[in-house]
Write a protein that binds this ligand. Sequence first.
Ligand code: IPE
Ligand code: IPE
Ligand code: MG
Length: 252
Amino acid sequence: MTAKPSILQELPTDLHRDRLPKHVAVIMDGNGRWAKRQGLPRIMGHRRGVDTLKDLLRCCRDWGVQALTAYAFSTENWGRPLEEVDFLMTLFERVLRQELREMKEENVRIRFVGNLDALPTSLQAEIERSMLETKDNQGITFSVATNYGGRQEIVRACRAIASQVQQGLLHPDNIDESLFERHLHTAGVCDPDLLIRTSGEMRLSNFLLWQAAYAELYVTDTLWPDFDRHEFHQALASYQARERRFGKVGNV
Ligand code: IPE
Ligand code: IPE
Ligand code: MG
């Protein structure tokens, strides 16, 4: 992919800037089915899915969303055929290498969340470089969940906290939600306000189990490679039409 000159697109007039979600999370699902429908191998769906993600990132940036988190590879996705897993790892590395310059120019702060140690070492190196070179950027925070599992993340946090208790550095009474959050991969990024899943599946598939406690859910039947600005606009309009009550009494 080559870097296209990016022209800033205005927020659609029916959306309210002050009521935009600060953080949008997306489960990018349906690449395989998209490819199958076109009579193509599954990997072609993943390739097309990259373009969709690039466009969504740009759209979030243009419209003023402060954080985007995309689910790229789950801890369960290792169970897929080896060729597909290998293709994905190579794709992540190649895309990261190709896109880093543009993301730097566009002031994107990129982060990877998940168990990164288990990824191929060459991919780990690209990940580290991209995080380091964009860490001071002040624009959108773009998190890519790679080898990410919500359960594993929670267990890992528990282990780190237990070890502090064992060493006498922390008293159990001082374990609260904010301390716990600081031990998650996502520490420092606010919880998602809006969680979008494509391809019609009504499940979280181990994504942001802690963080999505009060996220507004939006599921569309559209397959990820076909998800576009128009769909995103619809998701935002749906979000803005809702009343978030957080367990309290609403405006009825
Ligand atoms: C999502 O699309 C991408 C990844 C999980 C990496 P899928 O590959 O799950 O596509 P479907 O769900 O099989 O159509
Ligand atoms: C979730 O999609 C993981 C990603 C999008 C990376 P899956 O396709 O793996 O989820 P299931 O198997 O349908 O629950
Ligand atoms: Mg899927």
